[in-house]
Design a protein around this ligand. Structure first.
Ligand code: PXP
Length: 259
């Protein structure tokens, strides 16, 4: 399975001091050497980590294909069409969120979304839509003209953490504070089944399938077993581990888990 390494968090560390180091550009060669298949970055509307000049330089110099996550804001769509990363993954964005919280709402303004997808594809950029594992999403993504869907694994990851964490409090307790373990286990199994069935449906309808969000060294194995998923985009856990073992080892270890 292919690994897209999301390097936003290298820029997050840089922005903590608003200086020049660490430079996400330096990660490209290291990720390539460690066996990564893709570089993923998120050019957010508020430019809180990756800036335009980072994205430009990364697209220009990356030895690996670049997957640029972005919202549908007109200046960002222009940026994508001008700089032409290998792929654009459309995601919803909220200013206040710490990270992307949910999949795209494909019902809200399909005409606008279709126009954005059309423009990007005309510029020879592959388009992926970041979707929650909802039954209507696959058919909607296909009709809108996307070539890929990326399944949002955030709820799976949250449930996994709630079930396995021994900490008395975890930031993952978003569903409810005191769910019994057997109920949590059932919810995790149901979420996993939803992801697997949506991946199958997407694959059968001709869409290519990626997945990501909240995946880490502990919870990734079951996702790797879903045959239609070709690629995982993983950021936080790899960059977090790289603080202790270095980026090359952190990427290599994750790539080994993906097989
Ligand atoms: N995929 C998408 C669409 C995302 O928005 C993100 C977070 O930027 C990721 C994957 C990576 O998530 P994480 O950092 O939790 O591994």
């Amino acid at each position: 399975m292919k690994l897209g390494v999301n390097i936003d968090h290298i820029a997050v560390l840089r922005e903590a001091r608003r200086i020049n180091d660490p430079d996400p550009l330096q990660a490209l060669g290291i990720c390539a050497r460690a066996g990564a298949d893709q570089i993923t970055i998120h050019l957010r509307e508020d430019r809180r980590h990756i800036h335009d000049d980072d994205a430009e330089a990364i697209i220009r110099h990356s030895p690996l294909p670049v997957n640029l996550e972005c919202a549908q804001a007109p200046d960002i769509v222009d940026f994508v069409c001008r700089h032409r990363p290998h792929r654009a993954t459309l995601v919803p964005e909220k200013r206040q969120e710490v990270t992307t919280e949910g999949g795209l709402d494909l019902k809200r303004d399909p005409a606008a979304l279709e126009a954005v997808i059309g423009r990007m594809r005309e510029a020879q950029v592959e388009v992926s839509l970041f979707i929650d594992p909802d039954p209507y999403a696959v058919e909607a993504a296909r009709k809108l003209g996307a070539q890929w869907v990326e399944l949002h694994t955030g709820r799976y990851a949250n449930l996994w953490a709630m079930l396995h964490s021994n900490l008395p409090r975890t930031r993952h307790r978003i569903e409810s504070l005191d769910l019994p373990r057997d109920k949590l286990r059932r919810m995790l199994d149901e979420e996993y089944a939803r992801l697997a069935s949506l991946a199958r449906e997407a694959g059968e309808s001709g869409l290519r399938v990626a997945a990501g969000h909240g995946l880490n060294y502990q919870n990734v194995a079951p996702i790797v077993q879903i045959p239609e998923i070709e690629e995982l985009n993983i950021g936080q856990s790899i960059v977090a581990r790289s603080v202790f073992v270095g980026l090359e080892t952190a990427v290599r270890e994750m790539k080994e888990l993906l097989g």
